[in-house]
Design a protein around this ligand. Structure first.
Ligand SMILES: [Mn+2]
Length: 228
């Protein structure tokens, strides 16, 4: 069984299209899970969300910005809301906190946005196990996949495998390529791979200006920096 997971599209429809193309050509997934933060912070929230909602059979979880866009004020949220239909906002508001996929008895995969407890606390790659463990308390699944921090990594803590699937739309590890992950269960183990996908970075940077994004130049610069 092969599961494809990606996350943190953040309204970057150009990167999302490149990722979906690659998945359809190369990955042959049995399931697709999208780990939240779908629309906020990018120039094309409506286009990105339309592509996502068209993905037949895909599973979704809610990200912190999917929740925030429903009621928070501020330029970025106002812009994003203005581009979405009432039905899109309602759909975002109904996203579940987590998804589970079972490959075989005892071989379960949990997908959440940031960590298994909440939508905010980032599981950074170097976070002390002492601080990671409370966020994993009660988790029964052997693999936990998430986004939120926008940096790809795989880490083993106790009996868990943690997979940061990173970000399609706003990479933060200095590599301006979209990321998706394949998790292939071979009957005994999960084979996990991150894929880095080239997309038209300059087109996205230009788009902030073209769509009248608030603080367009600053946002484009932040996008191109691709790091914290
Ligand atoms: Mn997030």
């Amino acid at each position: 069984m092969r599961v494809v997971i990606f996350s943190d599209i953040h309204g970057n429809a150009v990167a999302l299209e490149a990722v979906l193309d690659h998945i359809h050509r190369e990955a042959a997934p049995d399931a697709i899970v999208v780990a939240g933060d779908l629309v906020v912070d990018g120039p094309r929230p409506a286009e990105a969300l339309a592509l996502l909602r068209d993905l037949s059979g895909a599973l979704f979880v809610m990200g912190n910005t999917d929740q925030d866009v429903l009621h928070q004020s501020g330029d970025t949220f106002d812009f994003t809301r203005s581009k979405l239909h009432a039905d899109d906002l309602k759909w975002l508001g109904n996203l579940p906190f987590s998804q589970q996929i079972t490959a075989a008895p005892g071989h379960d995969l949990l997908v959440v946005h940031a960590n298994p407890r909440n939508l905010c606390d980032a599981l950074k790659p170097d976070l002390s196990p002492v601080l990671v463990r409370p966020l994993l308390e009660g988790v029964q699944q052997e693999v936990i996949a998430f986004g939120h921090f926008h940096v790809p990594y795989i880490r083993h803590i106790d009996n868990y495998t943690l997979v940061d699937v990173a970000s399609v739309g706003l990479p933060r590890d200095g590599v301006l390529r979209a990321v998706y992950v394949t998790l292939t269960f071979d009957g005994r183990n999960w084979q996990i791979a991150h894929h880095r996908i080239v997309f038209d970075v300059e087109a996205v940077a230009r788009d902030y200006e073209a769509v009248g994004y608030p603080g367009a130049q600053r946002q484009a610069k932040k996008f191109l920096k691709a790091s914290y």
